[in-house]
Write a protein that binds this ligand. Structure first.
Ligand code: FEO
Length: 171
């Protein structure tokens, strides 16, 4: 049987990953409606990534004799002032998720559930990657500032990144 405190903490993380997916969907919609098809493609893919993160936790809880539970989700923000605003919010959200994975890891240590702690290593590494990717994108956006041609190129870059990324694994 799974430790009940760990199960509850993972279920909370399932909610956060599901919300991440919705948040990025909302951002993708805004990008598509505001002339950034590349950023939209990138964020639609992130939406799938977050669903995969959620599902990975769902399967883990169920496979370990617990029960994954879904919760109500907040309405994500739908309006942004610029592409910079979008990616600043992505970065802030990923930092929040990193902190939240670390918190969850702390619960597994407290409860001496080392198996789950070991399972969480995948997420810890994933967060390093996600923060690195987002920070690179954010640096580029900051560099071009308001320059329209620069923005156009960033959008093309994001489109290429989305096209070149490995398919999101189906769990
Ligand atoms: Fe599931 Fe982007 O963190």
């Amino acid at each position: 049987m799974m430790n009940k405190n760990v199960e509850a903490a993972i279920n909370e993380q399932i909610r956060r990953e599901e919300f991440s997916s919705r948040l990025y969907l909302s951002m993708a919609i805004w990008c598509e409606a505001n002339g950034f098809p590349g950023a939209a493609a990138f964020l639609y893919r992130q939406t799938d990534e977050e669903r995969m993160h959620q599902l990975k936790f769902v399967h883990y809880v169920n496979d370990r004799g617990g029960k994954a539970a879904l919760m109500a989700l907040d309405k994500p923000v739908a309006d942004f002032t610029s592409l910079l605003d979008v990616f600043q919010q992505v970065m802030k959200h990923e930092e929040y998720i990193t902190a939240s994975i670390n918190e969850l890891y702390g619960v597994t240590l407290e409860q001496k559930d080392y198996t789950t702690g070991n399972f969480l290593q995948w997420y810890i590494n994933e967060q390093i990657e996600e923060e690195k990717t987002m920070s690179t994108i954010l640096d580029k956006i900051r560099l071009v500032g308001e320059d329209k041609a620069g923005m156009f190129h960033i959008d093309k870059d994001l489109s290429a990144m989305a096209a070149a990324a490995a398919p999101v694994p189906q769990l």
